[in-house]
Ligand binder design. Structure first.
Ligand SMILES: [Zn+2]
Length: 133
């Protein structure tokens, strides 16, 4: 769990936004940033974001619900959301744990994800949901 990133303290309720500001999320982060990681699956390798996890109850859309677009592919288990104005990925419902959202750490107010040291990379090419059959 990470409660400080560079100069920014992670609040229990921390705001996150897309680049243009149309979409604003309020994240409930009582344990700070949990399990930050990169992933090399087909979508993550393209977007390159550092992602962390919250329970589904941990994200509230404060504004821009009508600007969010949903992208699904393959098994359509994961729900990938992005701002239709600026194109920035904000969060997704996870395929490997549909009770959780992953969110874009770079969208957190005041957080530069490059200040987080030693971010591991998930083996998304061999996705856990593909191994357990
Ligand atoms: Zn936007």
């Amino acid at each position: 769990m990470i409660k400080q990133v560079g100069p920014t303290t992670i609040n229990e309720h921390h705001l996150a936004s897309c680049h243009c500001g149309a979409v604003v999320l309020r994240l409930h982060l009582p344990d700070g940033i949990v399990n930050p990681r990169r992933c090399d699956c087909s979508i993550c390798r393209r977007k390159g974001a550092i992602v962390a996890s919250v329970p589904l109850s941990g994200i509230e859309i404060v504004q821009g619900h009508d600007k969010l677009r949903l992208y699904e592919f393959n098994t359509k288990t994961a729900k990938h959301y992005f701002c239709s104005v600026c194109g920035i990925y904000t969060h997704h419902q996870r395929r490997s744990n549909p009770n959780e959202y992953g969110y874009n750490v770079g969208c957190l107010d005041g957080v530069n994800p490059f200040d987080i040291q030693d971010v591991p990379t998930n083996d998304g090419v061999n996705h856990p949901a593909d191994r357990v059959r």
